[in-house]
Ligand binder design. Sequence first.
Ligand SMILES: O=C(NNC1=NCCC1)c1ccc(Br)cc1
Length: 331
Amino acid sequence: DRGSVQNLPKSYDVEYLMPVSLGTPAQQLNLDLDTGSSDFWVFSTLLKESMINGQTLYDPNTSTTSDKMEGYTWKITYGDESYSSGDVYIDTVTIGDLTVSTQAVEAAKVVSEEFTADSDNDGLVGLGFGIINTVQPYKQKTFFEKAMPGLDSPVFTADLKAGAPGRYNFGYIDDDAYLGNITYVPVDSSDGFWRWVSPGFQVGSTGSFNSTRIHGIADTGTTLLLLPDGVCEAFYSQIASAEYEPSQGGYTFECDDSTVPDFYFGTDNGQMIRIPGSYMSYSKTDTSSQRCFGGMQSDSGVGFTIWGDVALKAAFVVFDQGNEQLGWAEK
Ligand SMILES: O=C(NNC1=NCCC1)c1ccc(Br)cc1
């Protein structure tokens, strides 16, 4: 079996949403595929009015195929301090013509203000490893773990694009979606994340390669690229107008600064992925000034590097759960 679904970036590529069908008759919601977490949760009719702001709600009571998991609850907090919690139902879920008939659907009763404010986002499909699913008393499998046994190949792929629709594929690799070869690197899933080691980086096409092992996770649910301080300094030192602005919470530079270099990160045996300098202008810091918040920021508060959307949209990425490895290709 296999599946394929288009993903759509929100403004500034802050997140990517995909249509998902839940229940019978089908209720279509727009969800955020997040490889940095492992809960499948949705805005639901169980929420208080004050927490809803235009989102589409999953109503388990009108689905003829939903079953409430009595006594089961969930509560999750994300790296950006956003959170949600609620009850659990079993129901049928279809993503891109791939159906899981008994998915644990976590129906939200409480969501934090960040989720309430994001009116286009109806919930998350966590595609990290099930070990970090938050459902109590017994953790639940992710959508991919439920689908995996029936798939042609135990992989899903992420093709995120800058300011354009991309695609998530399940169960197969589309050889027309990338250039050259896919380079695979081993993944350590013991903390539930797609964690891997990059051998180093290079700033600009004429820069030298810096051999320094960078431990990090591939996280479609995080917008930016969060790297060690030394890497950020090496990058921003090449941008004439760049400075670290604590008041803005990170590195900024003049949006029209023509000296913004490309950034390359190593995957394995000499392969590098090139992130165009244009991906590093994340957003205007405020209406008046012409300064932009950098797409690369420090990972100092987090503990390890996060290869978020700014990096992932430069590559074709294979999340190979069957072999616990990540595949990287240019596109
Ligand atoms: O929460 C994380 N990723 N997903 C999402 N962020 C915001 C909403 C969804 C996350 C995961 C691991 C580390 Br380390 C830091 C952050």
